[in-house]
Design a protein around this ligand. Structure first.
Ligand SMILES: [Zn+2]
Length: 157
C-alpha cells in the first residue's frame, strides 16, 4: 500500500514526549545463530554470553494506547522522516471533518481566507470540543509539555 501525502490546516495539539533507549542484545559463543530462548551453547555446552548489539529509541508514552484512551477523537500524525520537528514531538489532529480545511478545499476549488482572529477562534473551539481529551493529554504528558497551536501540517498516511 502506497503512502499518500495529506495536508491539514487547523488547530492541533503538540506534545513533548520522552524518548528512552532500549538495548538490543545478542547471544554469543563458538557457534552462530542462537535463538532468544537459548541459554547454553548447542556446540560446547557453555553458558551463552549476552552482549549489547545496538539500541532502539522508543517513546515513553505509547501513542497507540493513548489513542484508545481518547476514543480516537484525535489522531497522531506519522511523518515519513523528513520533518523539522525533533523526534520527541507528537502531533495530534482532530478526527472530525470540520477541522480539515484543506480537505474542504480539495472538494470545492477556491480560496479560504483565515484571519488571525479566525485562527484564535478555531483554537478556542478546539479547547472546547476536546476538553475531555486535553485533560487526558495533560495527565499523560504533563501540562507544561502540551500546547494547542494553529497551523499547516503535511504528513503521510
Ligand atoms: Zn560454545
Amino acid at each position: 500500500m502506497g503512502m499518500e501525502e495529506k495536508y491539514y490546516l487547523g488547530s492541533y495539539l503538540e506534545a513533548k514526549n520522552k524518548i528512552k533507549e532500549i538495548n538490543r542484545y545478542g547471544k554469543f559463543c563458538c557457534d552462530t545463530n542462537y535463538k532468544d530462548l537459548d541459554t547454553f551453547c548447542k556446540k560446547c555446552g557453555k553458558l551463552l554470553e549476552k552482549k549489547i548489539i545496538g539500541s532502539d529509541k522508543e517513546s515513553i508514552i505509547d501513542k497507540w494506547e493513548l489513542s484508545e484512551k481518547i476514543d480516537e477523537n484525535l489522531s497522531h500524525v506519522d511523518f515519513a522522516g523528513k520533518t523539522n520537528l525533533s523526534e520527541n514531538i507528537d502531533i495530534w489532529i482532530p478526527n472530525y471533518k470540520g477541522y480539515c480545511f484543506v480537505e474542504i478545499l480539495n472538494d470545492n476549488e477556491g480560496a479560504v481566507t483565515i484571519s488571525g482572529k479566525d485562527a484564535l477562534n478555531i483554537i478556542n473551539k478546539f479547547y472546547k470540543d476536546f476538553k475531555k481529551e486535553i485533560d487526558i493529554f495533560i495527565k499523560e504528558y504533563g501540562e507544561k509539555n502540551i500546547e494547542i497551536k494553529f497551523g499547516l501540517i503535511c504528513y503521510y498516511r
